[in-house]
Design a protein around this ligand. Structure first.
Ligand SMILES: Nc1nc2c(c(=O)[nH]1)N[C@H]1C(S)=C(S)[C@@H](COP(=O)(O)O)O[C@H]1N2
Ligand SMILES: [Mo]
Length: 359
């Protein structure tokens, strides 16, 4: 009963899109600040919140299999990073034809301060074998799957959430992959993966396995519903690709879409992020096609978090204006006008359009 009450309280401020498994978007105001409060951070789970026994096993192709508790992880050197997490399905509702999958609007994105032990240090203790190629991460959550599996061998009635990363990536100190046990200075709550979860900076959040229970070094690439079935870009005209780095994206946070503002100077504000970041330029358009004006972009406050931008708008023309923000990242990626359609509806980073009335 107490657990159910806690869950309900934690969920009260979100916009639910599915009660079971619980999936919910952040409210628009969650994007105003640098850090999203825990109660406003979006939640995406493929199964119900599981029971976790509090331990983490590291095994497979390793010289020293180990079993760690939360206290063991807390005893290791701790690192804290602000990390923007975005669901790969964010923006699916704007794709045409509408893909199957959870009907996410545009608010399955948030930024929290995650604190934990470094994955590469945990792996060093276990000593991966020389012929290791990938590392598999398993969550404690499992059960019957609410979506249609892509892989024919998937058992829809008893499926476990598991993902893998290349061993090189998982063991790279510079990747700063965390086994996080704190979010915004507090112990993780159940919806966000208590007692500990993976945080993979720069990647769509599917890689950040919650309720982490097992880590196995593999000598063959991992095949699984959440790795090679779902979370693949099924392009209509070219080979399928795995979902990995977050695509560059900008969002206007002020004025709110559909707002009415008084004629005069108005500071338009927003956020921008990219997994191949940092974002290097944001342009604003106040009319249709063409008409791009550079916004002033704040330098990143950290390597993995969204950036603020602002634009002084001389909003003197009475009437309706269509506003668009468009980001470019350090790798030269620019947002497209049209969502990059794929069958399962991932990675929509098309330029968003909102209108504002000047009175
Ligand atoms: N164990 C487990 N980890 C998981 C998931 C899941 O269903 N089970 N969902 C993933 C997906 S698709 C996303 S978008 C993020 C969401 O993290 P959040 O709920 O903390 O925002 O968790 C990822 N980690
Ligand atoms: Mo996701």
């Amino acid at each position: 009963m107490a657990v159910a009450d806690d869950l309900e309280r934690a969920r009260a401020a979100l916009r639910m899109i599915n009660p079971a498994p619980y999936n919910a978007e952040a409210p628009p105001e969650a994007l105003a600040g640098d850090i999203t409060p825990v109660q406003l951070h979006y939640v995406r789970s493929n199964f119900a919140v599981p029971v976790h026994d509090g331990t983490l096993e590291i095994g497979g192709a390793v010289a020293h299999p180990i079993r760690l508790t939360l206290d063991d992880l807390r005893a290791m050197p701790a690192v804290e990073r602000a990390v923007t997490l975005e669901c790969a399905g964010n923006g699916r509702l704007e794709m045409r034809p509408l893909p199957i999958g959870e009907p996410w609007g545009d608010y399955a994105v948030s930024t929290a301060r995650w604190r934990g032990a470094l994955l590469h240090e945990v792996l060093e203790h276990a000593q991966p074998a020389a012929d290791g190629v990938e590392v598999r991460f398993e969550g404690a959550d499992h059960g019957s799957y609410h979506l249609q599996p892509v892989l024919p061998e998937t058992n829809k009635d008893d499926l476990t959430f598991a993902r893998s990363l290349a061993l090189d990536h998982a063991s790279d100190p510079e990747a700063e992959i965390l086994i996080a046990y704190e979010m915004n200075g507090e112990p993780l709550i159940p919806d966000h993966g208590a007692p500990f979860r993976l945080i993979v900076p720069h990647w769509y959040a599917v890689a950040s396995v919650k309720w982490l229970r097992r880590i196995d070094v593999l000598t063959e690439p991992f095949v699984g519903e959440f790795q090679t079935g779902h979370y693949m870009y099924e392009w209509p005209d070219r080979p399928h690709e795995r979902v990995d780095l977050m695509r560059v994206r900008a969002r206007i946070t002020d004025p709110a879409p559909g707002a009415t503002i008084a004629a005069g100077t108005y500071t338009v504000r927003g956020k921008a992020w990219s997994g191949t970041g940092p974002v290097t330029q944001v342009d604003l358009s106040l009319a249709g096609e063409g008409d791009w004006h550079p916004a002033s972009l704040e330098p990143p406050k950290g390597p993995y978090q969204w950036q603020d931008w602002a634009f002084e708008w001389d909003a003197t023309d009475i009437g309706r204006h269509s506003l668009r923000a468009r980001a470019t990242d350090a790798a030269g990626n620019l947002q497209p006008d049209v969502p990059p359609w794929n069958r399962l509806g991932y990675g929509n980073n098309a330029i968003e359009v909102s209108y504002v009335d000047v009175r």
